[in-house]
Design a protein around this ligand. Sequence first.
Ligand code: 13P
Ligand code: SF4
Length: 318
Amino acid sequence: MAEPSLSRPDLPDDLEDAIVALKEERNAVILCHYYQDDELQDLADVVGDSLALARAAQQVDRDVIAFCGVHFMAETAKILNPERTVVIPDLEAGCSLADGCPADEFEAFVKQHPGATVISYINCSAAVKALSDVICTSSNAAKIVQHFEGQPIVFAPDRHLGRWVSKQAGRDDLVLWPGTCVVHEQFSARELAKLKVRHPEAEVLAHPECDEAVLDQADFIASTTGIITRAVESPAGTLIIATEDGVFHQIAQRAPEKELIQAPGTDESCACNRCPYMRLNTLEKLYLCLRDLRPEVTVPDDVRVKALRPIERMLELS
Ligand code: 13P
Ligand code: SF4
């Protein structure tokens, strides 16, 4: 008996061309985070960090937004564009930070700190955003915390980013929700120290979601856009990078002569530096979501209205 075919008969041979054609047919825009597969980045209208993508979502004039990123990013685009259709290639593309901060538990946490300004990292659900006074991303977090100088602050959900921001803003009194990113927390300070001995000429670039012991060894700490820009502009020819390796694609295009080394993790046997949620999105699923206009990302209206103000406030402040 013949083996069942593994190919998908409903997929065109040239997926890239088909996606470009479908995008026009649907009057769609493709927004894409740097942690997506290279071929998704290459097809996108905008590739950026969380802040750039929120800004791009605010300016969309197309009927459909196909969001190549994780769910909280697509949700943010929907909150800013209630009248447009927002689709995501894989609805399961979540985030350990968002999943680790359920809205009911966060509401109880906030109630324990009456009078505090609630600053939430954009990596959280719409329901948590709705409980917040202002949103931030890794590229504007320090500035936003500094804006609320002298006021008590609850900062959620990433404790590593929170601690780094506390230092940047000269505050040691931030109340932190104890969340972490499964990708960034796996970088090993011990292995990084060994790697630096082998590459004394290298500059170390890290994302502030990394553990403090990793950040202490970094020469430069920034969002994904900040890391890419620094990697391209740095006088160093060798760069050790402590973030998801999706950023390598942009750096390699803009500075092909540079040697890029992934910061080591605690477990050499796994590709733990790849975000398991981001990488659920594929070219095939992007084609299908543009073709079928699903899975669609929706936000209940009462939550959407409450979540909009803190996002807009962030965009005004940054
Ligand atoms: P930025 O792109 O804003 O640096 O965020 C990184 C990240 O982990 C997104 O989930
Ligand atoms: Fe969330 Fe970390 Fe993945 Fe970013 S890299 S989406 S913070 S799990």
